[in-house]
Design a protein around this ligand. Sequence first.
Ligand code: PRP
Ligand code: MG
Length: 185
Amino acid sequence: NPQDIVTGVKNRIRVYPDFPKKGILFYDIFPLFQTPSLLNDVVRLFVQRLQPSDTSNEQQAIDVVVGLDSRGFLFGPSLANHLDASFVPIRKKGKLPGEKYSVSYSLEYGVDALEIQADSIKSGQRVVIVDDLMATGGTMSAACKLVQQLGGIIKECQCVIELTGLKGVEKLPDGVPSYSIVQYE
Ligand code: PRP
Ligand code: MG
């Protein structure tokens, strides 16, 4: 039952005021990983959103799961495995070798950049992007731009947690759907 999974996740997430800085309410998802069955349920919720109603329709299958450095890497490979899709990382700048695309995004103070390897997604491939949490949406919207630059078709942006008060979803490119398992104001 999806509602039981949501409750289970909420019970496992730990909330830390003033971490890593004063004024920031930090949502720690690592305790989820101490309950393997719950983690499995989370990934299955993500998968359910993506499976075509007609499972024989190969045209609708997801080709690539993109995970965001670093906590998106905790979910991306298992999701990709369940979908029989590839896994591709988007990393913070300076971590990936070879030819790559780069997009800058704003942080609380200043800017940083995210990068993807140029040959990791082929034009027309169907992509899902996964991360642990959406706050301002800066990270996720930068990731969307990178995927779209490579010609990927984003079927959904998926997060375990969404901080709805920050309206990150509104930053995503037009027409890109998003899904989160638990929401906090
Ligand atoms: C956190 C979180 C998301 C992002 C959300 O990552 O894991 O990726 O912030 O914030 P936003 O919606 O305002 O962009 P962080 O950059 O702290 O790094 P980490 O995943 O490497 O811990
Ligand atoms: Mg992150």
